[in-house]
Design a protein around this ligand. Structure first.
Ligand SMILES: NC(=O)c1ccc[n+]([C@@H]2O[C@H](COP(=O)([O-])OP(=O)(O)OC[C@H]3O[C@@H](n4cnc5c(N)ncnc54)[C@H](O)[C@@H]3O)[C@@H](O)[C@H]2O)c1
Length: 261
């Protein structure tokens, strides 16, 4: 019996927007790896992304392995898109118990260079989008008898790392904790993962070569893979973590634990 047998999961940002890594024929990002691993663990997966093409690539990969998946376009900037993504999941698969919010963007610079528009966009995508998805998913989880949410935050929530990025991820952490407390009575758990130094599409796109050199700061002396982050996500979705809610699970090779000397 697989860990997510009989479950239905909705994932936002389930495509992968960036170049393939070494040895990959298809680019694997954090969202795509999470979607594929959920399917391998027995879940039916609704893959959403602002790009229908990228979502469809993920759904095709899942179906090619014999899993159940559907793709649809949903931009988390739009409340209507988030509401429709939840409704479409229930229409297609009959219920919704699990939600993974993987969407996250990086724009802007430091305090003096970041514009008001960049600040607002970061908050709208990285925090408000997750708020919309949870707002519409939670009633369906209640109807299904319970559920679990994993929001993809960042180690940047705990360190100064971009004036808006870290602030948006810290806001996401407390938003998630609040949902965990408010909906524990409904049998719904909500947690975040806080990755850093994962060799995923967002890092390859934004950092290129610099992302592998940055691992000098990582005690484990390497980057993580999207599959390692996906394992943490599946753990928080499945019943093995049934007494864990309101936590932020750091997945960073020990980076946050160290004091750079
Ligand atoms: N790789 C790391 O080391 C690292 C570290 C910290 C946090 N993260 C987090 O990981 C997540 C993304 O990782 P990834 O590798 O999957 O990145 P990615 O850039 O490939 O993003 C995944 C998908 O999100 C979609 N997307 C972007 N904006 C959207 C929107 N407004 N609505 C719907 N979909 C949208 C993209 O089209 C893409 O297909 C983010 O939340 C990011 O903050 C990664």
């Amino acid at each position: 019996m697989a860990r997510l047998d009989g479950k239905v999961v909705l994932i936002s940002g389930g495509g992968a927007d960036g170049p393939p890594g070494p040895g990959e024929t298809v680019a694997i990002g954090n969202g795509r790896a999470a979607a594929i691993l959920c399917a391998r663990e027995g879940a039916s997966v609704m893959v959403t992304d602002r790009s229908l093409d990228l979502a469809a690539q993920t759904a095709d990969l899942i179906r090619a392995e014999g899993g159940a998946a559907e793709a649809m376009a949903a931009d988390v900037l739009s409340e209507a898109n988030c509401r429709d993504a939840v409704a479409a999941t229930v229409r297609r698969f009959g219920k919704l118990q699990l939600l993974v919010n993987n969407v996250g963007i990086v724009v802007g610079g430091n305090l003096l260079t970041t514009t008001a528009e960049q600040f607002d966009l970061m908050m709208a995508v990285n925090v408000r989008g997750h708020f919309f998805m949870m707002k519409y998913a939670v009633p369906e989880m209640k109807a299904a008898g319970g559920g679990a949410i994993v929001n993809v935050s960042s180690a940047a929530a705990a360190r100064g790392a971009g004036v808006t990025y870290g602030a948006s991820k810290a806001a996401l952490n407390i938003l998630t904790r609040t949902v965990a407390v408010e909906h524990a009575r409904d049998g719904i758990r909500a947690n975040t993962v806080m990755p850093a130094y994962i060799d995923s599409t967002i890092n390859r796109r934004l950092m290129g070569d610099r992302s592998s050199r940055a691992t000098l700061q990582v005690p484990l002396k390497r980057q993580g893979t999207p599959w390692e982050l996906a394992e943490a996500i599946v753990f928080l979705l499945c019943d093995q973590s049934s007494f864990i809610t309101g936590v932020d699970l750091i997945v960073d090779g020990g980076a946050l634990a160290t004091y750079p000397m």
